[in-house]
Design a protein around this ligand. Structure first.
Ligand SMILES: Nc1ncnc2c1ncn2[C@@H]1O[C@H](COP(=O)(O)OP(=O)(O)OP(=O)(O)O)[C@@H](O)[C@H]1O
Ligand SMILES: [Mg+2]
Length: 372
């Protein structure tokens, strides 16, 4: 099946005023740091034309394939290149190298055909009149998009209902809250019933309830209307909650691309958990039990937690990621120990994100999930 979105070795460079690196021939003549300004008339022309000069590579070879109907999330730190990629796909920014296709249509060569297949909702998207009501604004856009009267009315009714704006449809746009304005943008994006929707940080600025509501709308669009949804987000929970697959982008390069669960698990190959007991005395029998646990295939280590009074509080166990822990619990229970709680310390998507973007190493003790 044809991919809904495909990019091949996509590169985007932006001119910048940052001080250029020395001895790089193609940045000579740009406005740079001290003493590196254009020294000749031709240097000034070059800078004005923007043909040569210092630049930053916002995207450094992006390869992506997104299937029809997929909800795909792009995660990355500030300045990673997320907005740039979305703007290239919706033809607002032109890439310097590589290729980008929407249903096989080249975004550079056939922008108008591309725009018939997708709609983008960007945070800076405006274009609504403050004097008109929400409904009138949508009527204006349906005229612009060439929808027939009846078709437009039905679609607007459906969308106002779908987004929960129906009761406020006759209020002036200036009375809309940020969340309502965002929903009206979604209505506008859906007027034409395009197959692909691009969102740049859809839940930024929304309160937790509105963000959850917005996510549920995106899920319904994917499930009921089979839309392909491509979104960028800083919200790791959002990515995990609604995306079939995610890509982590860092400094213009995709560093991981898989399902949220696989990304979460790819960074470590073991699980760590604590089994805490109702206080027991640590005696020879307990030492034997710890040795027995350590010998189970798949257990990498069992460390008892014993205080200075000899009270045995619990065990920290390191084991293979996929080990069935019932054998471990069986041995503990047969020794007559009473289990108070089990804490698992599996990595979260946030841990994985930090590791993949080289922000930190994963330490099991820093993240605890209570499972009981
Ligand atoms: N119009 C522009 N001119 C020059 N540089 C730009 C321009 N737009 C973006 N950049 C630079 O390109 C890089 C990628 O920016 P981009 O906005 O795509 O990142 P982002 O991942 O969306 O970041 P954020 O999470 O902060 O929104 C950044 O270094 C940014 O400064
Ligand atoms: Mg951005």
């Amino acid at each position: 099946m044809e991919n809904a979105i495909e990019t091949i070795a996509l590169v985007k460079r932006y001119p910048t005023n940052a001080p250029p690196r020395r001895n790089v021939s193609d940045i000579r003549g740009g406005f740079g740091g001290r003493g590196v300004g254009p020294t000749s008339f031709s240097g000034i022309i070059r800078v004005l034309k923007g043909t040569k000069g210092p630049f930053i590579e916002a995207l450094r070879g992006i390869d992506l394939k997104i299937k029809e109907g997929e909800v795909f999330g792009l995660l990355g730190p500030n300045g990673a290149g997320k907005t740039t990629l979305i703007k290239i796909l919706c033809t607002l920014v032109i890439h310097d190298e590589g290729e980008a296709y929407i249903y096989g249509l080249d975004v550079k060569k056939e922008p108008s055909k591309v725009l018939r297949n997708l709609q983008a909702v960007l945070p800076e998207s405006r274009g609504f009149s403050w004097r008109l009501t929400g409904r009138q604004n949508l009527e204006f856009y349906s005229l612009l998009y060439g929808l027939r009267d009846r078709e437009a009315k039905e679609r607007i009714d459906y969308l106002l209902d779908f987004t929960g704006l129906k009761d406020r449809a006759y209020d002036g746009y200036q009375r809309y809250s940020t969340g309502m304005q965002r929903k009206l943008l979604l209505c506008r994006a859906l007027l034409q019933d395009s197959h692909i929707l691009l969102f740049d940080e859809p839940s930024a600025g929304l309160d937790p309830n509105s963000a959850a509501e917005f996510r549920s709308m995106l899920r319904r669009l994917s499930r009921d209307e089979k839309k392909t949804i491509f979104l960028s987000t800083h919200n790791l929970y959002e990515a995990q909650d609604i995306c079939d697959r995610i890509a982590i982008i860092d400094r213009g390069i995709i560093t991981a691309c898989d399902t949220p669960d696989n990304i979460r698990n790819m960074t470590v190959d073991e699980k760590v958990f604590n089994v805490m007991f109702l206080d027991m005395v640590f005696n020879d029998d307990m030492t034997k039990m710890v040795n027995q646990l350590s010998e189970i295939i798949g257990v990498r280590g069992a460390m008892p937690e014993v205080d200075s009074d000899g009270v045995f509080h619990g065990l920290t166990i390191h084991a293979d990621k996929d080990l069935d822990i019932s054998t471990i619990l069986d041995i503990i229970i047969k020794r007559g120990l009473k289990i108070r709680i089990i804490n698992s310390k599996e990595p979260t998507l946030e841990d994985a994100f930090m590791i993949i973007t080289n922000r930190q190493q994963w330490h099991p003790s820093e993240n605890t999930n209570q499972t009981r």
